[in-house]
Write a new protein. Structure first.
Ligand code: PHE
Length: 358
């Protein structure tokens, strides 16, 4: 044997105890006990020795190997503990610190207002209902007391699909009133729902886009009258515009699916080119509404002599423009990041009635 085992052991022990992190220690381990490590290569040399020497050196080498292994294990424990303590000291987070706003996405005004509306009506006991964007002529028109050739069909600038083999054609729904029928069909009164969603009309200018958002309201129950409608809308508008003195004006109008029908205005003021809803003597139209037409109640599968109801339809985008002073509707759907940063809402401020809507 040319190598002094005692010296080898001391050398290795020194390296083990000198390793100051787990990766360095692993290097030492491989250098000693790995396939080509110092101890392993000594082991390989045993074959060349005569039997007596082989026995002695073999035992001695095994002893070195065992002690080095033990030293490695001990050192590993120490280093692990050290590393953990270091992490605990440097990686602590103060969970009582306020959340830092990251300048990444914002909530689109439509999503914000949508959520505000749902919150307000949830508080009034309304559930949220949904319907498909592509619907049949029947749900969009027929069931809503708009027969073929009715002039209202032209007013809606409908996107039609090709006719199928039976001559029926589907439409992109022009309003959320489709959900009135779909809800009546599957729900027994009392019904109290709002149906927010996308609607489509072939129209585009500063206040119209081919896709826009509406929400429908429908109440169907015994002895429902116009007073309920007015109270409900007043309550909604006051809460939504955060204006306790807000006034409503109901103007006679016409929709085929309601009788009587009313357009609803809110009072507003223009000061220095700034619109304020809920104060002043000007009026601004914000929604269409009325008492559900008996034919519509029948089409929904109920008896108009038993139950009555009211319905309303409001543009979500329009509400967002009015509440947050956004002048052009088209910009809503252009995905311009500068616009979104300016008009978007914090992802952390979820609107609630208790915590504040906006
Ligand atoms: N559906 C009508 C529209 O889109 C709005 C409306 C809904 C009017 C419900 C009355 C009742 O213009």
């Amino acid at each position: 044997m040319t190598v002094d085992l005692k010296e080898l052991e001391n050398q290795l022990l020194e390296s083990v105890n000198g390793a100051d992190n787990e990766a360095a220690l692993e290097e030492v381990r491989i250098g000693a006990l790995g396939k080509k490590g110092l101890i392993s290569s000594q082991m390989k040399g045993l074959g060349k020795l005569d039997p007596e020497q082989r026995k002695q050196t073999g035992q001695a080498l095994n002893g070195v190997k065992a002690r080095i292994s033990e030293a490695l294990a001990l050192r590993r424990e120490v280093l692990k503990k050290q590393a953990l303590e270091e992490r605990l000291a440097t990686e602590n987070i103060d969970v009582t610190l306020p959340a830092r706003q990251r300048d990444q996405g914002t909530i689109h005004p439509v999503s914000q207002v949508w959520e505000e509306i749902v919150q307000i009506f949830a508080d009034l006991g309304f559930a949220v209902a949904e319907g498909p964007h592509i619907d049949t002529d029947w749900y969009n028109f027929g069931a809503l007391n708009i027969p073929d050739e009715h002039p209202a069909r032209q007013e809606h600038d409908t996107f039609y699909f090709h006719r199928d083999a039976e001559g029926n054609r589907k439409v992109l729904r022009t309003h959320t009133s489709t959900v009135q029928i779909r809800t009546m069909e599957k729900t027994a009164p009392p019904i109290r729902i709002i149906a927010p969603g996308r609607t489509f009309r072939c129209d585009s200018d500063q206040t119209h886009t081919p896709m826009f958002h509406q929400f429908e309201g429908l109440v169907l129950d015994k002895d429902i009258h116009l007073g309920h409608l007015k109270w409900c809308l007043l309550e909604f508008c006051k809460t939504f515009f955060e204006a306790t003195d807000l006034k409503l004006r109901l103007r006679a109008s016409h929709f085929p699916f309601t009788e009587p029908s009313m357009e609803v205005d809110v009072n507003c003021s223009w000061v220095d080119g700034q619109l304020k809803v809920g104060e002043g003597d000007n009026w601004m139209e914000i929604l269409g509404s009325g008492m559900v037409h008996p034919n519509v109640i029948r089409a929904g599968g109920h008896d108009p002599d038993e139950v009555q109801g009211f319905a309303f339809g409001i543009g979500i985008d329009r509400l967002a423009m009015l509440k947050y002073g956004i002048p052009d509707l088209r910009a809503f759907f252009e995905s311009d990041l500068r616009w979104l940063r300016h008009y978007g809402f914090s992802t952390l401020n979820v609107p609630t009635l208790a915590g504040g809507l906006s």
